[in-house]
Design a protein around this ligand. Structure first.
Ligand code: PLP
Length: 400
């Protein structure tokens, strides 16, 4: 039996269990450890205050905690400096920031390269930029396992490539992309490299300097932190090329009615009051995660994923999408509509995701309108999977 020693750190798991719910949708959003709930309540209960503005005690305390998270996030990603960490609303806003912030550097006919598996968050901002600036959006094809083939990529990334934006770990196919092969292809052309770390950041530790990317984005809410905040890492020289994109409080050195002198990164890209409590909560999540035994977490996640794959493989008529390596598995069942199956799983208290997973072009390229996705957090255990499989068997008996 696979037991998660961390399960009891997450009060929502027992609350959900009391309602008969089995939560297997962590790739959409994660549950939060008590330490994060305490940090959120602690901030509000001890006196909310705005950051970077006030000299008073609560203001100083909030600013210290807020900036503390920036330092923690820099350590977490091994960024060279906290100034390379920008707080955004999430991965989506981080990538939109880049698509606007880099816009002036593109010329008609330049190419932006993404892959066929990208989440809409790493497709639509580039697609719209391409439309605004008459650029070509090049889509790297996948192999049958759901990986971007570096050989094909080598043909498609060329002198016109100005930017490569790819996911580290697919939210549908659960495969690590070969960043160490792919990013150098873009770098050799002098192109920007953007890594969507929304799913990847949750599993293992990642070093943006070793990765060699210009930008790396993730969302707190998938990494056991609160929603409403995300991180955009940018190497300092890459950040220096970004144009400001949102304007308001605390992002200028000075302004007149006619013109302004903006801060650089990070504050120049954080106009307005940020999600202070959420940033502090993200700090608590990073603290919590930093103190875990990483080898034990990785071992648990690997064993749980193997059990998930084995259970799916043992059942007839299940078509797995790609060859997932970790964290999740998406599948459909011959002759069964995924919405019907999802409905019956939901009725039995199993919380999985069904649909296109915000990767519509990928699903369509596989000839599908949707699929069921089971995704795992470090708090899931063998019993969760047994409840899922028993619900799946009952649902399939009814539907076939
Ligand atoms: C791979 C990937 N990229 C980007 C996103 C967007 O994240 P958010 O909605 O937190 O901005 C997601 C969310 O599911 C994702 O899985």
């Amino acid at each position: 039996m696979l037991i998660s020693p961390w399960r009891t750190d997450f009060p929502a798991l027992s609350a959900l269990a009391a309602e008969g719910q089995t939560y297997l949708d962590s790739a959409a959003t994660s549950q939060k450890p008590q330490a994060v709930l305490d940090a959120l309540l602690g901030y509000y209960a001890s006196g909310a205050a705005n950051v970077h503005r006030a000299q008073h005690l609560p203001g100083e305390r909030a600013t210290r905690a807020f900036e503390g998270t920036r330092t923690q996030a820099a350590h977490w990603l091994n960024a060279a400096s906290p100034a390379e960490i920008l707080f955004t609303r999430g991965t989506t806003e981080a990538i939109n920031l880049l698509a606007y912030g880099l816009e002036e550097l593109f010329r008609p006919g330049d190419e932006i390269v993404i892959s066929a598996l990208e989440h809409h968050a790493n497709l639509l901002p580039w697609q719209q930029l391409a439309l605004r600036k008459q650029l070509r959006l090049v889509v790297l094809p996948l192999d049958s396992d759901g990986g971007i083939d570096p050989e094909q990529a080598a043909h498609l990334i060329g002198p016109r490539t100005r930017l490569l934006a790819i996911s580290q770990l697919s939210n549908v196919l659960g495969r690590w992309q070969a960043l160490s092969d792919l990013l150098p292809l873009a770098r050799a052309q002098g192109a920007f490299t953007v890594v969507d770390g929304a799913q990847g950041v949750v599993h293992g530790r990642h070093d943006v300097q070793a990765m060699g990317c210009d930008f790396y984005a993730f969302s707190s809410h998938k990494l056991y932190g609160p929603d409403g905040v995300g991180v955009l890492y940018g190497r300092s020289d890459a950040l220096a090329k970004l144009k400001h994109w949102q304007f308001g409080g605390e992002m200028v050195h000075s302004t007149t009615y006619q013109s302004a002198d903006f801060h650089g990164a990070p504050l120049g890209f954080e106009a307005g009051t940020p999600a202070i409590a959420s940033v502090i909560g993200l700090g608590a999540a990073l603290d919590y995660l930093s103190n875990l035994d990483h080898a034990a977490v990785a071992g648990h996640e690997t064993a749980l994923h193997a059990k998930l794959l084995a259970g799916l493989a043992a059942r007839d008529g299940i078509r797995l999408l790609g060859a997932p390596q970790l964290a999740l598995a998406s599948f459909c069942v011959d002759g069964v509509h995924n919405a019907d199956l999802a409905h019956l799983l939901t009725e039995q208290g199993v919380a999985v995701r069904a649909g296109h997973h915000c990767a519509m072009p990928l699903l369509h390229s596989l000839g599908l309108q949707g699929a069921i996705r089971v995704s795992l957090g470090l708090y899931n255990d063998g019993e969760d999977l047994e409840r899922f499989f028993s619900a799946l068997d009952k649902a399939l008996e009814l539907l076939r």
